[in-house]
Design a protein around this ligand. Structure first.
Ligand code: ZN
Length: 72
């Protein structure tokens, strides 16, 4: 029965994660066409997937990493 418990908690986790993501993302936000960090074009799929994004995936990764290093 361990499998069932694992799946249930996994679904719960996913749902909570989705709720957080939906809360964080403003669906009406306009995504930048160019990364504010490096000026590269932000690919359309990313702009659609991350409404209001201002950076390319690469720069976002750097930003997230810096945030983690600051402990925030
Ligand atoms: Zn960039």
């Amino acid at each position: 029965m361990a499998d069932i418990i694992d799946s249930a908690s996994e679904i719960e986790w996913l749902q909570r994660n989705n709720a957080l993501a939906a809360h964080r993302l403003n669906r009406n936000a306009v995504s930048a066409e160019h990364c504010v960090e490096c000026g590269e074009d932000i690919p359309e799929p990313r702009r659609t997937a991350v409404p209001g994004c201002q950076t390319c995936a690469e720069c976002q990764g750097v930003i997230e990493m810096k945030k983690k290093q600051r402990g925030g």
